[in-house]
Design a protein around this ligand. Structure first.
Ligand SMILES: [Zn+2]
Ligand SMILES: [Zn+2]
Length: 142
């Protein structure tokens, strides 16, 4: 995605276009599931002076407007991705913390159908599968 597209994307979502927001958005678009610390390192290398707080502020604004999705796995830092609006889930390796996407079946999301919804209007289900990735499983000392 070119920076012109990202400019338009921010404006279309009612956000002022700033170098910081553009750099944060680009960092997440380049690689999904980065943590805020990781994004800070990337953005700082790219545009120089930026505070950790400014990165958090940009992430919060982009997430609030629906440009980014925030995933908060239990006991681990939040990750960010630009794949929004679908109901995909995540696999996380307990050993190396690598996170990858898992699709729900297209057009049918059984996890959205709770056994008992207790009268709630459910519109989202967050599923995190924990385990070990193939490379960690392969290098595991028995
Ligand atoms: Zn792993
Ligand atoms: Zn994802």
């Amino acid at each position: 995605m070119s920076s012109v597209d990202n400019d338009a994307l921010l404006r279309r979502h009612g956000l002022h276009v700033t170098a910081q927001r553009l750099a944060v958005l680009r960092a997440v678009t380049d690689r999904s599931h980065r943590t805020a610390d990781d994004i800070y390192t990337v953005v700082r290398a790219e545009i120089g002076a930026i505070s950790v707080q400014a990165v958090y502020d940009a992430l919060a604004a982009l997430t609030a407007k629906g440009l980014l999705r925030r995933i908060q796995p239990a006991g681990s830092p939040a990750r960010y991705e630009d794949r929004v609006g679908d109901n995909h889930h995540h696999l996380i390796c307990r050993t190396c913390t690598r996170m990858i996407d898992v699709d729900c079946a297209v057009g049918y999301t059984p996890c959205l159908t709770a056994a008992d919804d207790s009268g709630y209007e459910i519109d989202e289900a967050e599923v995190v599968y924990w385990g070990r990735c193939p490379s960690c499983a392969a290098t595991q000392v028995q």
